[in-house]
Design a protein around this ligand. Structure first.
Ligand code: ADP
Ligand code: MG
Length: 382
């Protein structure tokens, strides 16, 4: 985005408090390039940061009170230290939970006034929640002069989401938001939390990534997620491995399983991990266009083996390919959400239009879309 968000939060802070903020901080949302449902199998993921971000103007206070204003929902919330109790309701829990997680980790955090705005779509699977947590964390860490390494920041933000808000998620979203760098994707090993920057200079390669939100309501997502997860855990137990990440010989593993559905679940996770590793290799050796068949294969695997796609998502991917996208896949946990399509530079609008036309023919709601270059992670802006 342009830097109008900086002016917006600064102007609001000024008029609200009659003084300038101490600074302005931002943290991005993310898309996952490849590696779906691999995280809880101790496997590999590769997100990159969106240009869309949560931007916060902030200044310390002299008491144990935090005020936070979201210019998106035009709401101001206030909480004190004694109110920092896990399970807090409302959107401000994503902010309060960061103060709580910092305090739990032994950091001293003074009260503060925060004003924020965001252009990360909410509830589309692009991690507006992690962007909010990580922007808050970055602002508070700076204001309180806390030395916290990037991976540690991601873990604290995750702690907020898991233990304070109460949403069971892996580390990918927060790691992407804190650790991503411009023109790179982040290869993350979800067992060791080892992380590597992988070149994804789409612009330099004459490529674009179209992100299209199918706007499908996420029905059934929690229960379906739980059954996929337990199926993977059961399979790992039968195969005698700590997690499906440890399956080296897929054919041998499949022969040990009687249940067809479980076999397909395992095939998805094991092949998806292999695709992430292959994606790292093709990107590191500059063969960017070879990413495309990996995106296609990932989608097929999610559709046929893991069965987490829905008709809107499948139509979006199929239409993207029809309109000349080099490769396309659903991104995110499934049952709706977004697709990504790798397209030649300048082709995004035409591809998006074709998908939109096919959605109209099928009687689906109109999708929304944007083009997203890999962008920087959380940082101070001013
Ligand atoms: P996602 O992370 O996929 O966008 P989540 O359900 O995990 O969806 O998080 C969305 C929630 O995060 C919102 O319901 C709201 O509580 C909070 N949130 C995100 N961005 C903002 C914002 N700009 N202002 C206020 N609350 C926000
Ligand atoms: Mg979220």
């Amino acid at each position: 985005m342009s830097d109008t968000d900086i002016e917006t939060v600064t102007a609001d802070f000024n008029s609200r408090f009659g003084r300038s903020p101490a600074g302005v901080w931002a943290a991005p949302g993310r898309v996952n390039l490849i590696g779906e449902h691999t995280d809880y199998n101790d496997g590999f993921v590769m997100p990159y940061a969106l240009p869309h971000r949560v931007t916060i103007a902030a200044e310390q206070r002299s008491d144990d009170t935090w005020t936070v204003t979201s210019l998106n929902n035009n709401d101001t919330q206030t909480f004190t230290r004694s109110e920092l109790v896990p399970g807090m309701k409302g959107w401000q829990a994503y902010v309060a939970g960061v103060v709580w997680a910092l305090a739990e980790a032994g950091h001293t955090v003074a009260g503060a006034d925060l004003v924020l705005t965001s252009d990360v779509p909410v509830g589309a699977g692009l991690s507006s929640s992690a962007a909010l947590e990580c922007a808050t964390l970055t602002a508070l860490a700076d204001l309180n002069e806390l030395e916290i390494a990037p991976l540690e920041r991601a873990k604290l933000a995750r702690r907020c989401e898991n233990d304070f808000v109460g949403a069971p998620t892996g580390l990918m979203d927060q790691a992407a938001s804190t650790m991503c760098t411009s023109a790179n994707a982040l290869f993350l090993d979800c067992r060791t939390f080892g992380a590597d920057q992988v070149p994804l200079d789409l612009a330099g390669e004459g490529l674009e990534m179209l992100v299209l939100d199918t706007r499908t309501p996420h029905a059934l997502v929690d229960s379906e997620y739980a059954t996929r997860r337990s199926s993977c855990e059961q399979a790992a137990q039968i195969l005698g491995v700590a997690a499906l990440r440890d399956v080296d010989d897929l054919d041998a593993a499949l022969q040990q399983l009687d249940d067809d559905e479980m076999r397909r679940r395992v095939r998805h996770v094991v092949s998806e991990n292999a695709r992430v590793l292959e994606a790292v290799e093709v990107l590191q050796s500059g063969r960017f266009r070879e990413l495309a068949p990996l995106l296609d294969a990932s989608h097929q695997s999610m559709r046929d083996d893991f069965e987490i796609t829905v008709p809107t998502v499948d139509l979006a991917v199929e239409s993207a390919r029809q309109a000349g996208a080099l490769g396309a896949r659903m991104t995110g946990g499934g049952f709706g959400g977004c697709i990504i399509a790798l397209v030649e530079g300048g082709r995004s609008a035409a591809v998006a239009q074709h998908i939109t036309d096919r959605f109209a023919e099928a009687g689906f709601d109109q999708p929304s879309h944007f083009v997203a270059l890999p962008s920087p992670g959380a940082r101070r802006l001013v």
